[in-house]
Design a protein around this ligand. Structure first.
Ligand SMILES: NC(=O)c1ccc[n+]([C@@H]2O[C@H](COP(=O)([O-])OP(=O)(O)OC[C@H]3O[C@@H](n4cnc5c(N)ncnc54)[C@H](O)[C@@H]3O)[C@@H](O)[C@H]2O)c1
Length: 262
């Protein structure tokens, strides 16, 4: 039932750990994937745009003018998209500043992360969503996080590293990921009568080379006893984009191995 043949699907953060997997999976399901990311991120992964049915375009989502321009180009070139996945997320310019847990975050990092995780998710959705409303159909996904639903447990971070920094989750991450749940419900209510569905997928922690005891400590808290893989996120995203989810809107689907149930 999950058939995306000839569906035009816009995906942000296409060159990231999960984005790359979504691009190839959605294209394999028949979609024409409009893959958006920073120019440097796209340039670093030449294989992304080389896939059949994938059209990659650079955009800086922290710039609302860039969002408006790329949205217009997409609609003019490809027509009103059938799907949008707001998957991009920013760690700001300074990864060490992002990884500071607790209340140490600087105003600069807070704004850099909010600009992409929250502001851009809204402004891109507004642009693409308007074309969907005119077309009378569409499926929009926000990507939240388990840490928008429940607090990160700082005890599992001690002695573990990622990208050269002590692992931590800053409050702006939880705040922006919780906020897209609110946007999901607001826009689902607004656009339901126009045939546009809006849902949120909130992944649990994905295994991606975290060093130290983190992965083991994380997995011990999960009923399924492991961290997620990128493949674990593909089915839920494809399902909600497809007609198999035709009567689902305004929902947040937690894809967390059961972490949030106890
Ligand atoms: N990986 C996890 O453990 C996990 C867990 C829960 C939720 N998520 C969420 O899933 C999504 C994907 O996560 P990921 O691990 O693949 O992240 P990632 O950091 O690997 O990828 C994010 C992508 O967003 C792009 N991006 C950042 N700033 C941008 C900007 N200004 N303009 C355009 N693109 C920009 C980056 O270049 C990158 O390719 C994110 O929303 C993330 O918060 C991830």
């Amino acid at each position: 039932m999950i058939d995306l043949t000839d569906r035009i699907i816009v995906l942000t953060g296409a060159a990231g750990i999960l984005g790359r997997r979504y691009v190839s999976a959605l294209a394999e399901l028949g979609a024409r994937v409009i893959a958006l990311d920073l120019a440097a991120a796209l340039a670093a992964d030449a294989t992304l745009a080389a896939q059949p049915n994938v059209h990659a375009y650079p955009v800086d989502l922290s710039d609302v003018g860039d969002i408006t321009a790329v949205s217009r180009m997409i609609v003019e070139t490809h027509g009103a998209p059938h799907g949008l996945v707001n998957n991009a997320a920013s760690k700001g310019r300074d990864i060490g500043a992002f990884m500071l847990s607790g209340t140490e975050i600087t105003p600069e990092t807070w704004r850099e992360v909010s600009a992409v995780n929250l502001d851009a998710s809204f402004f891109l959705t507004r642009e693409i969503g308007r074309s969907m409303v005119s077309a009378g159909r569409g499926s929009i996904l926000f990507i939240g996080s388990i840490y928008g639903e429940m607090a990160p447990d700082p005890r599992i971070y001690e002695g573990s590293f990622y990208l050269g920094s002590q692992i931590g989750t800053p409050p702006v991450y939880s705040a922006t990921k919780a906020a897209v749940g609110g946007l999901t419900r607001y826009l689902a209510a607004l656009w339901g009568e126009h045939g546009v569905r809006v849902n949120c997928v909130s992944p649990g922690g994905v295994s991606s080379g975290q060093g130290g005891p983190f992965a083991e400590k994380y997995a011990a808290r999960v009923p399924l006893r492991r961290m997620a893989t990128p493949d674990d996120m593909v089915g839920p995203v494809a399902f909600l984009l497809s007609d198999a989810a035709a009567y689902i809107t305004g929902q947040t689907l937690l894809v967390d191995g059961g972490l949030s149930i106890w």
